[in-house]
Design a protein around this ligand. Structure first.
Ligand code: AMP
Length: 294
């Protein structure tokens, strides 16, 4: 396994692998502090690609001024050891200056989709995400790039960007990996103390209750949202940012659920830590698994 810090080195290597050696490249883009959610993406990349590249980059452009860019967990040594065990070929771990050199001034904005949900709570977040993913796709030239349903809106936005800007990459979205307790794996779970971690299991329980109500015929968004909210609000350590039901493809708010898949998503604070989670309601069996344990 080679650790690459330079964008130029990454680009020349990718050119050689893809053009000269005709090997398929899979990219898993991460911010490090790796957990089993990331590893599930790497596992799939390993299964379908000849060469697996994992990027580790805590992207300043996607953090707001009062967010956790400085304190975000970073441990490249531990991450590299994990990735070597998983037979990853290359780790692309550039510095901030390498990605955003002096004079950098071009940003990617996926209009519309970036305004809802996470975008409403975190202005500018998806501009930062789309920009860095565009740079990573250009540097790594992957045939496939793997993203998690955990960040459902991000996956939708990346797919739209790839379509609109004609990137030669297929986006693969994989199910949410959860702890035994139901808590969705996240690097930010490291911020939680024991009590908050226990309290945060309410999120998956609330989503699961909504799925049961939906399966029993409750297709009114307002009532499903109320159900989720009231479960979460019964937990004193939780402070709801939003609970929302949106079309799973267009992210338009839905009042009533019909046969189209609907994304039930939420963001909730436990102390200063903001966690997100979601399930898809009304999806065909395969997509439905995106919200289930994996
Ligand atoms: P991050 O390092 O948080 O930026 O995440 C990198 C990638 O891993 C993104 O595509 C995430 O959606 C995905 N990911 C993060 N947590 C999970 C999880 N619990 N299950 C599946 N994928 C995840």
């Amino acid at each position: 396994m080679e650790i690459i810090n330079r964008r130029k080195r990454m680009m020349s290597l990718a050119r050689k692998l893809r053009r000269e050696e005709n090997r398929t490249i899979g990219l898993v883009a991460t911010m490090g502090a790796l957990h089993e959610g990331h590893l599930s993406l790497i596992h799939e990349a390993r299964a379908i690609c000849d060469v697996v590249v994992v990027s580790i980059f805590v992207n300043p452009a996607q953090f707001g001024p009062n967010e956790d860019f400085e304190s975000y967990p970073r441990d490249l040594t531990a991450d590299a050891a994990t990735l070597a065990e998983y037979n990853v070929d290359y780790v692309f771990a550039p510095t901030v200056e390498e990605i955003y050199p002096r004079g950098f001034s071009t940003y990617v904005l996926v209009e519309g989709l970036s305004d809802a949900l996470e975008g409403a709570s975190r202005p500018g977040h998806f501009r930062g995400v789309a920009t860095v993913v565009a740079i990573l796709l250009n540097a790594v030239r992957p045939n496939f790039a793997f993203f998690g349903q955990k960040d459902a809106q991000q996956s939708i936005i990346i797919k739209q960007m790839v379509r609109d800007l004609a990137f030669d990459t297929e986006i693969v979205v994989l199910p949410i990996v959860r702890e035994q307790s139901g808590l969705a794996m996240s690097s930010r779970n490291a911020y939680l103390d024991a009590e908050q971690r226990q309290a945060a299991t309410v999120l998956n329980r609330a989503l699961t209750q909504a799925r049961s109500a939906y399966d029993e015929g409750e297709h009114n968004s307002g009532r499903l949202i109320d159900l989720v909210r009231s479960s979460i609000e019964a937990q004193p350590l939780a402070r709801v940012d939003y609970v929302s039901i949106n079309d799973a493809a267009t992210l338009k708010k839905l009042d009533k659920l019909d046969e189209r898949p609907a994304l039930l998503s939420l963001a909730v604070f436990f102390g200063k830590t903001r966690l997100i989670d979601n399930i898809v309601l009304g999806a065909a069996k395969k997509e439905d698994a995106a919200g289930a344990n994996a």
